[in-house]
Design a protein around this ligand. Structure first.
Ligand code: C2E
Ligand code: MG
Ligand code: MG
Length: 634
């Protein structure tokens, strides 16, 4: 029931109750008055009739005379009787035969009593009233009988009060209608305003996060199995903070308003659009399929990107969009928005304008959360192992060292590649413990080999997150000390991108590690954006060319050119060069020709667990085609 109808029914009920109470009381008072008024009228009327008969000689009091008197009156349905001084009716007359029949059975003379008396009587289930009056100048009494309730009862004050009460009731309902409409309109306007403020954004006038959440919930609740698809898109402006901080909040606000307006203009009215945060917007639209979704994102990016003039200043706007699709990526509003945000941040990370949610790369997807929890127990459950891949000198054919590569034997998933869990471990914070385990195991192993007479340098990979840990150098120092391994027998491989994430801190940590005498290597070189000037400053000994360039350098001329350039560049800076991912002899020979110092790859050996690696050494399987002798130093 609407508020208006509720108010109307409350008002009407109260008013009708008051009117009914008032009406009933008024009726009771009025009926008393009417009764009295009516009694007086009857007495008056009988008196008149009696006076009309008074002129008649008592001796001539007969039926004809009575007829004559009554012929001039308009009485219908009445009966009269004239009662003589002896108490007997000398005559009687009924104007209605029915009444006559009834009254024939009644001794009217007996009930008449004294003049001016009034009363009621019942004859054959009919109720009558009567009144008597003395006929002036005669010893006779006139008795006047009429059916009860006839004539005067409802014509008096009471009936007028009833009519008045009904009229007032009717008026009251109308008044209630008008008042309730006005009150409910005002209340509705107030609550609409409160609702609007709660669900809209003051700056742009657009709906806010709460609104889009509700809208999404409503859309999901509508025909959940209809096969409809929805795109939940979140968007934010790139470098908005910079604009805000450098040009001021007024310019920032104006830019947000402009973006809101452009979005509104480029969308259909039925699409949902909301401003969900500082520079964040959310859009909700039905889609046919993923291709349609890409088309929409393209359209939005197209509408927004480019120069915008705000307060006389031209700004280059660029945006990042992330999309989650209902029902593929979630069936509730909160998780769809979260997925859309994850997609948006991955678009930012990849430097692309938009991305659709990919559960595979979401660190918080259910599958990944389960994997992280398994990973935290992997060490205790002895599911972790290190494999070692030889690094061979091109010039001497000697195995200079081995790279420790982590392996995780998951009870259900089998062997999980580090490529699949290192990022997860970084995002969940498990990487610190994992790295310490790898360092501890690899250093212990290197020390053990050393004790057995195999002087092998062991390389350990460090991830980006670990490189921000200022305690890392002391931890490594302690482990080296614990196993008595000389620092130069340890090499740390750090990817180019890890260094570039926080170059200052990386530089500080690398400098400390270098001061301990630990060797440092830049892994996966060529894939990041290390500037030459920066590379020159880094205290690293070695550069590892990313296998993406090496593996197919014989087929891809461009890759061959890059490999050659990196080798020349590294040499010009006094760094040695390792080529990883060498899979065949031709590549090996070409690398040797180009002056590469060290190679690593399946051509030499796959990464092996400790025992097979020892067997590999013992078998002397590695025969360097360049040095010919096939020396294996171990
Ligand atoms: P990476 O440090 O660049 O390691 C080289 C990867 O290339 C290894 O993969 C290795 O098995 C593989 N590989 C070696 N030779 C060849 C070849 O000839 N052809 C091809 N196609 N591949 C070759 P893996 O073991 O799967 O490791 C992948 C990445 O995971 C590593 O790349 C490294 O970045 C990371 N990783 C491995 N172990 C650890 C670890 O203990 N800690 C950290 N932070 N990262 C690790
Ligand atoms: Mg490596
Ligand atoms: Mg590598």
């Amino acid at each position: 029931m609407t508020l208006r109808n509720q108010l109307l029914s409350y008002f009407s009920a109260v008013i009708l109750a008051v009117v009914a109470l008032f009406g009933w009381n008024a009726y009771r008072i009025a009926s008393g008055a009417t009764e009295r008024q009516r009694d007086a009228l009857v007495v008056e009327h009988v008196g008149q009739l009696a006076r009309a008969l008074s002129v008649v000689d008592p001796e001539g009091m007969d039926a004809a005379r009575l007829d004559a008197v009554f012929a001039t009156s308009a009485e219908v349905g009445y009966a009269v009787a004239v009662v003589g001084p002896q108490g007997t009716a000398v005559m009687r007359k009924s104007l209605d035969p029915r009444i006559g029949e009834d009254l024939d059975q009644v001794d009217l003379a007996a009930i008449a009593g004294s003049p001016g008396a009034q009363g009621t009587l019942r004859v054959a289930d009919h109720a009558y009233e009567w009144a008597s009056a003395a006929i002036p100048g005669t010893p006779y009494l006139l008795v006047y009988v009429f059916p009860e309730g006839d004539g005067l009862r409802y014509s008096g004050l009471a009936s007028r009060m009833i009519a008045l009460a009904l009229f007032m009731g009717w008026i009251s309902v109308w008044v209630a209608l008008v008042i309730s409409t006005k009150v409910s309109d005002r209340l509705k306007a107030q609550s609409d305003e409160i609702e609007r403020q709660a669900t809209h954004d003051a700056l742009t006038g657009l709906p806010n996060r709460l609104w889009i959440l509700r809208r999404l919930e409503q859309e999901i609740a509508r025909q959940p199995d209809s096969g409809r698809k929805l795109a939940m898109i979140t968007m934010d402006l790139n470098r908005f903070k910079v604009i805000n901080n450098t040009l001021g909040h007024d310019v920032g606000d104006a830019l947000i308003q402009e973006v809101g307006k452009t979005l509104q203009d480029s969308l259909w009215e039925s699409d949902g659009l909301a401003r969900t945060g500082g520079d964040e917007f959310a859009l909700l639209m039905p889609i046919r399929d993923e291709a349609h979704c890409y088309l929409l994102m393209d359209k939005i990016v197209g509408a927004l990107e480019g120069p915008v003039v705000v307060g006389g200043i031209t700004l280059e706007v660029s945006v990042s969009l992330g999309t989650a699709v209902y029902p593929a990526h979630g069936d509730d509003a909160a998780s769809l928005i979260r997925c859309a945000e994850v997609a948006m941040y991955s678009a930012k990370e990849e430097g692309v304008p938009y991305a659709i949610y990919d559960p595979e790369s979401d660190p918080n997807s259910v599958e990944h959360l389960m994997l992280i929890s398994d990973l935290r127990q992997a060490e205790d459950l002895d599911q972790l192992e290190l494999h070692y891949q030889p690094k061979v000198s091109v010039g001497t054919g000697r195995v200079e060292g081995v790279e420790a590569l982590l392996r995780w034997s998951h009870p259900e998933r089998g062997s999980v590649s580090p490529a699949n869990f290192i990022t997860l471990a970084e995002q969940s914070g498990a990487i610190k413990d994992l790295t310490e385990w790898v360092l501890d195991t690899a250093i212990e192993q290197a020390a053990a080999w050393r004790d057995q007479g195999h002087d092998l340098r062991v390389s350990v990979n460090l991830s980006a997150r670990v490189l921000r840990d200022m305690d890392l150098p002391s931890t490594i120092h302690e482990i080296l000390h614990a196993y008595g391994l000389p620092p130069d027998r340890l090499e740390l491989e750090i990817t180019e991108t890890a260094i570039m994430m926080d170059p200052k801190r990386a530089m500080a940590i690398l400098t400390t590690l270098n001061s301990f005498g630990i060797r440092l290597s830049v892994d996966d070189f060529g894939t990041g954006y290390t500037s030459l000037a920066h590379l020159k400053q880094l205290p690293v000994h070695e550069i590892k060319i990313d296998q993406a360039f090496v593996t197919n350098m014989m087929e891809d001329r461009e890759h061959a050119v890059i490999v050659r350039a990196i080798i020349d560049l590294a040499h010009s800076m006094g760094r040695s060069v390792v080529a990883e991912g060498v899979e065949d002899r031709r590549t090996f020979e070409e690398l040797a020709r180009l002056g590469c110092d060290t190679i690593q790859g399946y051509y030499v050996s796959r990464p092996l667990p400790v025992c097979p690696l020892m067997d590999w050494f013992a078998a002397g399987e590695w025969k360097s085609p360049v040095v010919g002798a096939g020396e294996v130093d171990a």
